[in-house]
Design a protein around this ligand. Structure first.
Ligand SMILES: [Zn+2]
Length: 543
């Protein structure tokens, strides 16, 4: 039922809160500012017409971010807090759906809040101008219906968009906009239809093969792989230098075994430090969609599987709690098979009371003796040093996969160099043309030539590095380097535990520890003392 009100009698301008926001139903070509300006004009017009004065500026709240749910909108939250005060009697909006078109829970919550704070709602748009008193059943129903209308539209819009993508994905098409490193996105015609898929980019694909080989076959750590790629002058997908995170993403990317995926990591919005951030957390395992893709894989499923097992073996580190144990997932108690944990002993000021110690996680039941961190660290370093000596003795000839891939890389670079040299020659020939009108302007030639020489120098540099770092057969040299890296880092008190852990895992499969429980013994001067049982370590190396 429509009622007429004398607004000026009901409200003073300062008793009204204005709320403005852009929504998905607005013209997509307009900016947020343009839409809000349009709405301000509507609200102003209403003020003058019904109150004879404008609502004060401090009562006007403009939503700049365009979140669908209330949680994602900072300004509406301010409004909802303000209406708890009896000072404010109404919230004015252009039309109901400006308040919310989020989910039903949001609608219910916002309507209850308005009702219980006795807040009227004014809609100012000329076509839907109205006052809602939510204590009136008619008004409640009408307002609710308006909000749900917005919600239905939004859901419908999202659904049809998603449905199309799901179908395309299930047919094995590649529907994301950016292709994974190693591929190009192409469109293939099939009868009258066209579908998007991936095509191997030969140079990049070889780098992918190299990375999987180094990680899955040679047991190199992610950091060592990064250094190696940088050394070879290979550019990462983003930025200037390779990072362990980029490598991890690549090593887990199932497109490399010819599959496509959806719902993998949907983008969601979170609030951090009072700001809204879009993030893509690891998706829920059940919601993940994986299909056979129409494209060819780059990596064999066996190698991929091996790599997944190795990645899965990495200890979980929550972003807030840093890994503190360099031997995490490596050190086990031989007595009971459970893990050894590292304990720090600090006082309230954070000072070390005594040296950190390793003990079996189930020490109370198992009874194995504990030892200091330094004891384990020294013994492991010794073991690694011995292995290096062994490697040095047994460096012998053998063709490894990585040397083949390396040779391929050298070939690519050599070919590039030849092309550049040919291009240089052409430039000079053109410049020496008998007819001056056929020549380039001198300044342009100078620039082009300079650019080309620079490019040539870069390729030469990369080639030199590639020749230098050509892997030794069966990579004992590489092993030595990896082991040395681990030793140096392990001995460095400033190095982070995460890094130590990663490097150790490149050399070591598992360590089993045993030490008898120390006993009290009587010494000659009748003072009791502790005996010192030997530590036994079985170190299983990755060779
Ligand atoms: Zn134990």
């Amino acid at each position: 039922m429509y009622r007429f009100y004398n607004y000026a009698e009901l409200f003073k301008p300062y008793e009204i809160i204005d709320y403005l926001r852009k929504s998905q139903s607005d013209d997509p070509l307009l900016t947020v500012e343009e839409i809000l300006a349009k709405h301000e004009a509507i609200l102003d017009e209403w003020d003058i017409k019904h109150l004879g004065a404008l609502v004060p500026e401090e009562n006007r709240f403009r939503e700049i971010v365009s979140g669908e749910t209330i949680k994602e909108r900072p300004e509406i939250n301010k409004v909802l807090r303000l209406i708890e005060s009896p000072k404010y009697k109404a919230v004015k909006i252009v039309e109901p759906q400006r308040l919310t078109r989020g989910d039903l829970e949001d609608i219910g919550r916002i309507m209850k809040l308005l009702k219980h704070t006795n807040t009227y709602i004014i809609t100012a748009d000329r076509f839907s101008e109205r006052l809602y008193d939510l204590h009136e059943e008619d008004d409640w129903n009408a307002f609710e219906a308006e909000l749900k209308k917005g919600n239905d539209y939004l859901n419908y819009y999202k659904k049809i968009q998603k449905r199309g993508r799901d179908i395309s994905l299930s047919q094995g098409n590649y529907i994301a906009s950016v292709p994974p490193y190693g591929y190009e996105k192409i469109k293939v015609k099939e009868g009258k239809k066209e579908y998007p898929t991936l095509k191997e980019n030969p140079d990049e694909a070889n780098v992918v093969r190299m990375i999987f080989d180094m990680y899955g076959n040679q047991g190199m750590g992610r950091m060592s792989i990064c250094y190696r790629l940088d050394e070879l002058g290979i550019k990462p997908p983003k930025g200037e230098q390779w990072s362990a995170t980029t490598l991890k993403e690549m090593l887990k990317n199932i497109h490399y075994i010819g599959k496509v995926k959806g719902n993998w990591r949907p983008t969601i919005t979170i609030v951090e430090d009072g700001k809204f951030k879009k993030t893509r957390p690891q998706g829920n395992a059940e919601n993940r969609l994986v299909y056979e893709g129409k494209h060819n894989g780059i990596i064999s499923p066996e190698l991929f599987e091996r790599v997944q097992n190795r990645i899965g073996n990495n200890p979980r580190t929550k972003p807030t709690t840093k890994l503190r144990n360099p031997f995490a997932t490596l050190l086990y108690c031989r007595n009971c098979g459970k893990v050894m944990v590292l304990k720090y002993f600090r006082d309230k000021q954070g000072n070390e009371k005594c040296a950190p110690r390793f003990s079996c996680i189930d020490q109370a039941r198992c009874g194995a003796g504990s030892c200091t961190y330094a004891e384990i660290s020294d013994l492991v370093c010794q073991t690694l040093e011995h292995s290096i000596e062994d490697f040095e003795i047994c460096i012998k000839n053998d063709e490894s996969d990585s040397s083949k891939l390396h040779a391929q890389l050298i070939k690519t670079l050599e070919k590039k160099l030849k092309e550049l040299e040919a291009k240089e020659l052409t430039q000079w020939e053109q410049q020496a043309h008998p007819d001056p009108s056929q020549r380039m302007p001198a300044e342009i030639f100078k620039q082009l030539n300079k650019k080309l020489l620079k490019e040539k120098e870069d390729v030469k540099q990369a080639l030199r590095k590639a020749y230098e770092s050509q892997p030794a057969p069966i990579d004992y040299k590489e092993k030595i380097k990896t082991f040395k890296d681990a030793i140096i880092t392990l001995k460095d008190p400033a190095a982070e535990a995460v890094l130590k852990n990663e490097l150790l895992k490149a050399c070591i499969e598992r360590i089993d520890y045993y030490r008898e429980k120390p006993q009290r013994v009587q010494s000659s001067n009748k003072k009791s003392n502790w005996n010192n049982p030997a530590i036994e370590l079985d170190v299983k190396l990755k060779v």
